[in-house]
Design a binder for this molecule. Structure first.
Ligand code: F3S
Length: 572
C-alpha cells in the first residue's frame, strides 16, 4: 500500500457526540444514569460508559423513580416521554436536533390532516420514534415499495401527503422515492430530512471509493448509517472491508491495493479510527497522502467539532424548515436554528425565500451547551449589514425599500431590513391631514436623509422618492405624447366644463363636449371620479407646456398631481 486516504468526515457526528457528551457529564456529576436503549450503535463505547455507571434499559417502565434517563439521539415517541414521567424518571433529552426537526414536520402534517409517508428502515428506533409523532402514516423502505403501495392504494393519489426521510438514508433512495411520489400524487409536500452529516459522509465515501483500490469502513453492524456507507463504497470499489474495530481488519486483503481509503460511521469514536489507522500504518509502510500531511487526524476531527460563540457570524446549510424555525447545519458542535421571528421582519414567508439545501448566513444569538444548540438570527445580521448600507445611502442618495411597521403622532417607522427608519409625517407624501395608518404594512421606497449611528436614529423621506418618480413619469409622458395618442386614465375630478383625467402622473382635461356623442350638460352625467376611461390627445403645446385649444375648448392649465412646480398643461 502506497497511500492511505482518511475521509475528513469520518467518525462521530454532532448528534452522537452530543449524546455521548451528555452521558459522560451525567456520569461525572452523579456517578450513574440510564439510557433508554443502547446510547449509540457502538459496543465499545457503550461498554466503557456502562463501566462508569450507565444502565441500559429497554422500556420506559424499567426506569426507577428519580433516575436520570437519557433519551438517545434517535429520539422517542411522545408516549415514551409520558411513561418516563409516570415512572418518576428525570428526563435528559439527547434527541438529535435534526431528528427533532422531523418530529416537528410530521406533527405539523398531523395538525393539517396530511398523511405522512416515512422513508426509512421499518424497525429502526429513529423511524419508530418518528411514527409516534405522526398522525396517519406509512413507513416504506424504498421507491419500489412506495410504488407498489401507491399502485395498490389509488385512494392516496389525491390525498395531501407529507414525505419525510430517515436522517441516515442515501440520497439516491430519497431521490427515487421523490420521483415516484411526484409522478403519482397530486398534493405531495416533500421534506429532505437527510442529515447533512450523513450526506456529506456518503458523498465523500463515494468519492474516496472511486479513487481507491480498497476501502475500509468502520462501524457497527446495527448502525444504519455505517451499513449504508459500506453499501455506497461497494458500488464504487471492488474491495470493501466493513469492520467494527481494528482487530477485525484482515490486512491480507489490502496487500495488493496501492491506495486504500478509510471512513467510519457516525457512531465510531475517534480512538477506534486511530487504532485502525495505526494498525494499517504499522503493518504496511504507508506513504501518507498530501491531505494527511497538511493536517493531523486530531486536527481534522477538531475542525468538524468547532466551537462557536455568541455574536459570531456563521454560515450553514438549511436542513429543515418548519412552521416555527429553520434548522441550519453549521458543521460545528452545535446544531443551529433560526426561529421564524428571527428570520426577517419584512413579512415575507420563509418558504418563499429559502429552501432546504440553501446556504444561509446568520449571527449567533445564544449558544446552549447543554442542549448543543445555537439560536441564530438572520434578521440581526441583515440589520448589521444594513447599517453600513444606510450610511452609504445618505451620501449616494440611494433609494431603499422597507415596510411601514408603526405609525405615531410625528410620522411613521419603516423597517429597512432590520433598521428602523423614522419618516416624519411631512415626508410621507400623504396630504397634510391624511391618516398615516393607511401606510401600515405597505412596502415603500425612501431616501435616507439623516443617520446618527450612536443614537441609532435614522430619518428618511418617502416624499423625495415619490417626487422624483413623478417628475420622471411626467417627463416621460411629455417626451412621448402626441396628438392622436391613446391613453388609459383615471378620472380625478369633475368641473362643470369637463373631467380631469390622470394618465399616469399628468392630468389632462376632457371637455364636456368631448365626453359623449350626445349633448350633455354636466360631465357627471357620463363619468364619475375614479372611473377608468380611454382618452385621445387632441391638442397640446409642449413648448409652452400650455394647451392650445380649439374654439370649442375652454382655455385652461392642467396641473400635475403633485405640486405647482410640476404643473404641466395637456388636454385630450
Ligand atoms: Fe443527528 Fe445526523 Fe448524527 S441526524 S445523530 S447529526 S447523523
Amino acid at each position: 500500500m502506497k497511500e492511505l486516504k482518511v475521509a475528513q468526515s469520518a467518525g462521530f457526528c454532532f448528534g452522537v457526540n452530543r449524546s455521548v457528551g451528555m452521558a459522560e457529564k451525567l456520569l461525572e456529576d452523579k456517578g450513574m444514569c440510564a439510557s433508554l436503549g443502547q446510547l449509540i450503535h457502538n459496543e465499545d463505547v457503550v461498554r466503557e460508559l456502562t463501566s462508569k455507571g450507565l444502565r441500559v434499559i429497554e422500556r420506559a417502565d424499567e426506569a426507577r423513580p428519580g433516575e436520570d434517563v437519557l433519551i438517545r439521539a434517535h429520539g422517542a415517541a411522545p408516549e415514551v416521554y409520558e411513561e418516563l414521567q409516570k415512572a418518576g424518571a428525570v428526563i435528559h433529552d439527547a434527541t438529535c436536533p435534526k431528528v427533532k426537526a422531523i418530529h416537528k414536520i410530521v406533527t405539523a402534517a398531523k395538525e393539517k390532516n396530511r398523511f405522512t409517508v416515512v422513508i426509512g428502515m421499518r424497525n429502526h428506533p429513529e423511524v419508530e420514534a418518528i411514527c409516534g409523532w405522526c398522525g396517519e402514516h406509512k413507513v416504506l423502505e424504498n421507491a419500489a415499495e412506495l410504488e407498489q403501495w401507491l399502485d395498490e392504494n389509488p385512494c392516496y393519489w389525491e390525498k395531501p401527503i407529507t414525505l419525510v426521510v430517515q436522517t441516515t438514508q442515501t440520497n439516491s433512495n430519497f431521490t427515487e422515492c421523490c420521483n415516484v411520489i411526484k409522478k403519482r400524487c397530486t398534493n405531495p409536500e416533500i421534506s429532505d430530512t437527510i442529515c447533512l452529516a450523513t450526506s456529506t459522509r456518503q458523498e465523500e465515501a463515494a468519492r474516496l471509493a472511486s479513487d481507491c483500490d480498497a476501502m475500509v469502513v468502520i462501524g457497527g453492524r446495527h448502525s444504519a448509517n455505517s451499513v449504508h456507507l459500506a453499501e455506497i463504497c461497494r458500488e464504487h470499489c471492488p474491495c470493501v472491508e466493513f469492520i467494527e474495530r481494528a482487530d477485525a481488519l484482515d490486512m491480507d486483503r489490502l496487500k495488493t491495493a496501492d491506495t486504500v481509503g478509510l471512513t467510519a460511521g457516525a457512531s465510531t469514536p475517534a480512538w477506534i479510527i486511530k487504532e485502525v489507522r495505526n494498525k494499517m500504518s504499522d503493518e504496511i509502510k504507508v506513504e501518507e497522502s498530501a491531505v494527511e500531511k497538511e493536517k493531523s487526524f486530531d486536527e481534522m476531527l477538531e475542525e468538524t467539532l468547532k466551537t462557536i460563540y455568541n455574536g459570531d457570524k456563521v454560515t450553514g446549510v438549511v436542513v429543515a424548515i418548519t412552521g416555527t424555525e429553520i434548522s441550519v447545519d453549521l458543521g460545528a458542535k452545535y446544531s443551529g436554528f433560526i426561529p421564524t421571528s428571527e428570520f426577517t421582519d419584512d413579512g415575507i414567508k420563509v418558504e418563499d425565500t429559502v429552501k432546504v439545501g440553501d446556504t444561509i448566513e446568520a449571527v449567533v444569538v445564544r449558544v446552549n451547551d447543554v442542549e448543543g444548540t445555537a439560536m441564530l438570527s438572520k434578521k440581526r445580521l441583515d440589520a448589521a449589514k444594513m447599517w453600513n448600507a444606510v450610511e452609504e445611502a445618505v451620501d449616494n442618495e440611494t433609494v431603499l425599500e422597507g415596510v411601514v411597521t408603526e405609525e405615531n403622532k410625528g410620522g411613521v417607522v419603516v423597517n429597512v431590513k432590520g433598521v428602523r427608519v423614522f419618516v416624519p409625517a411631512s415626508q410621507t407624501d400623504l396630504p397634510r391631514e391624511a391618516d398615516l395608518a393607511q401606510l401600515l404594512k405597505k412596502t415603500v421606497r425612501l431616501k435616507i436623509t439623516e443617520v446618527n449611528k450612536a443614537r441609532k436614529r435614522v430619518v428618511g423621506s418617502i416624499r423625495r422618492v415619490a417626487q422624483a418618480e413623478r417628475r420622471e413619469r411626467i417627463e416621460n409622458i411629455w417626451n412621448e405624447i402626441e396628438v392622436g395618442k391613446k391613453y388609459h386614465g383615471t378620472v380625478k375630478s369633475l368641473t362643470s366644463y369637463g373631467a380631469f383625467v390622470d394618465i399616469g402622473g399628468v392630468d389632462g382635461m376632457v371637455h364636456v363636449s368631448e365626453l359623449s356623442w350626445n349633448r350633455i350638460k354636466n360631465p357627471s352625467e357620463v363619468v364619475k371620479v375614479g372611473d377608468e376611461i380611454d382618452v385621445y390627445v387632441i391638442a397640446l403645446d409642449p413648448e409652452k407646456k400650455k394647451i392650445s385649444l380649439n374654439d370649442d375648448f375652454v382655455d385652461t392649465y392642467i396641473t400635475a398631481v403633485t405640486e405647482q412646480e410640476d404643473a404641466m398643461p395637456i388636454t385630450f
